[in-house]
Design a protein around this ligand. Structure first.
Ligand SMILES: Nc1ncnc2c1ncn2[C@@H]1O[C@H](COP(=O)(O)OP(=O)(O)OP(=O)(O)O)[C@@H](O)[C@H]1O
Ligand SMILES: [Mg+2]
Length: 293
């Protein structure tokens, strides 16, 4: 019996992560359930990411919108990271329900931005913001309780060096990561911009048939907010997106301006946000840039 199995019963698989496996585990003494990410020692890249993740999660304890870390186990075959068990990730949620109305989108964004501000204050950039890495609460509660997860590719920028390594997920990677000119924590604002675009529309702004096409479009193609469903989305939301998805990182909205933006701080009213039917949109328009493949 390995060290994890002394204290926990291994349960159902949650997901196959790029770096390993996510599973539900149950503590024998309390019956409490947790999520556990396990990586094989033989996969050196996965181990590197897991070690980085443990280090960052220890450093980022205590924020309500960052996944809560409970410790790790090392046994002969694997390294295990134990954290709170959350519900669906936002990617699966969007697949099931379609894009979010603006009011809900603002609540998700506000929560994720608060988590990112906490990271940046501690000298950590996430580098892989995307719906798959945002977890909805396991019990029914609001979008303001989403948790940012997956710190495997996050990095310490406290020494203010310029980064050049290409990390992240292809559709979400910032242009300056691809040009090789060096980048900083501003890449997280770009990632948040792509996230907001996807949450509001169900589509990715920059796509392509090959990795080279996608990267070319990220670097050169201008943001098109004129076609469906953007005609029905507020000017304020589009103004925010344009600020976040500036290709030049020096012209991109800073975190403080972003947090102060009126769209993010819109008053919660009962008036319904005008959006076209999510189902229609996901089936009928431009399938090649859909989030859902
Ligand atoms: N604490 C958790 N509670 C519930 N589900 C989780 C939890 N952590 C991760 N998951 C699920 O497992 C998936 C993969 O987890 P994570 O992103 O941490 O792994 P990864 O190896 O970094 O994967 P990838 O590289 O694909 O992002 C998430 O998208 C989510 O669906
Ligand atoms: Mg992930």
């Amino acid at each position: 019996m390995n060290s994890l199995e002394k204290s926990f019963i291994l349960g159902r698989r949650l997901a196959s992560a790029v770096d390993g496996t996510l599973r539900v585990i149950t503590e024998k003494t309390t019956g409490h359930q947790y999520a556990c990410k396990s990586v094989d020692w033989s996969d050196s890249i996965a181990v590197l990411h897991a070690r980085a993740e443990i280090n960052m999660l220890e450093r980022l304890r205590g924020h309500p919108n960052i996944i809560t870390y409970h410790g790790h186990f090392e046994d002969r075959g694997q390294l295990h990271i134990v954290m709170d068990l959350e519900g669906n990730d936002l990617c699966s949620h969007l697949r099931e329900t379609g894009p979010c109305p603006e009011k809900e989108a603002a609540r998700v964004l506000k929560a994720v931005v608060s988590a990112i501000a906490f990271c940046h204050e501690r000298g950590v950039m996430h580098r892989d913001i995307k719906p798959d890495n945002i977890l909805l609460p396991s019990r029914k509660s609001g979008y303001e309780n989403v948790k940012l997860a997956d710190f495997g590719t996050s990095a310490d920028f406290s020494d203010r060096r310029r980064f050049r390594d290409v990390e992240g997920t292809i559709y979400y990677v910032a242009p300056e990561v691809l040009t090789g000119t060096g980048y900083d924590e501003n890449v997280d604002i770009w990632g948040l911009g792509i996230l907001l675009y996807v949450i509001l529309s169900g589509y990715l702004p920059f796509h392509g048939n090959t990795e080279a096409d996608i990267f070319w479009n990220i670097k050169t193609r201008s943001l098109n907010l004129n076609r469906s469903p953007w005609r029905e989305i507020s000017a304020q939301a589009k103004d925010l997106l344009k600020g976040m998805l500036q290709k030049n990182p020096h012209r991109r909205l800073g975190l403080a301006d972003f947090m102060a933006h009126p769209w993010l701080n819109r008053k919660e009213t009962n008036e319904s946000d005008s959006q076209s039917e999510p189902e229609d949109m996901l089936i009928d328009s431009e399938p090649e840039d859909m989030l859902i493949d």
